[in-house]
Design a protein around this ligand. Structure first.
Ligand SMILES: [Ca+2]
Length: 179
């Protein structure tokens, strides 16, 4: 009787573990950015400020040097990428938030040369929400499962004098992709 009980316990534990593992493999989670680079940055507003998990710090494109700007966010592994959530710098005026319009997100592979694999689209309009809230400063694009290990963000308004002020980029994806 004791033996049967033990066996049942182990079986149940195994079943629960398998279910949890399966769930983990199919649930989108926030991915860790291991390093970042940008075309340039303004003063101390370095690219790492876009992924330090602090909404009060931000990365900023250098004024007057917007053409060709990029923010590269490198992931630890190759993932299937889902939502990319971008939060603009907070300010009482709308001008920082407006800079998020015409942002394009692309998925890259860094194996060998850096290669563009997919575009996740472009932000086409202003968030109608209250810019004094994080929600009102948040924009998102869906990479729809594109597989890669680096995200490339660019503010396509290359002729503007000023570019992105991004407080945070959150990248969501699913587990490891096996070769
Ligand atoms: Ca930040």
């Amino acid at each position: 009787m004791i033996l049967v009980k033990k066996f049942t316990k182990f079986w149940l534990l195994g079943f629960l573990m398998a279910t949890l593992l399966e769930k983990a493999a199919t649930t989108y989670k926030r991915l860790i950015v291991t390093r970042s680079e940008s075309f340039n940055y303004h003063n101390s507003y370095t690219p790492d400020k876009a992924h330090d998990r602090d909404h009060n710090t931000w990365y900023s494109v250098k004024d007057g040097e917007v053409a060709g700007n990029f923010l590269k966010l490198y992931l630890s592994e190759t993932y299937s990428i889902g939502l990319v959530i971008m939060v603009s710098r907070g300010m009482s005026s709308a001008k920082m938030v407006e800079r998020m319009v015409n942002t394009e997100v692309r998925v890259y592979s860094t194996e060998g040369e850096e290669t563009e694999l997919a575009s996740c689209g472009t932000i086409t309009g202003l968030n109608p929400g209250d810019i004094n809230t994080i929600e009102g400063r948040t924009y998102s694009l869906n990479c729809d499962g594109a597989i890669g290990d680096m995200l490339y963000l660019t503010d396509l308004d290359y002729t503007e004098n000023v570019g992105h002020n991004i407080a945070e980029v959150e990248i969501y994806g699913t587990g490891f992709v096996l070769d």
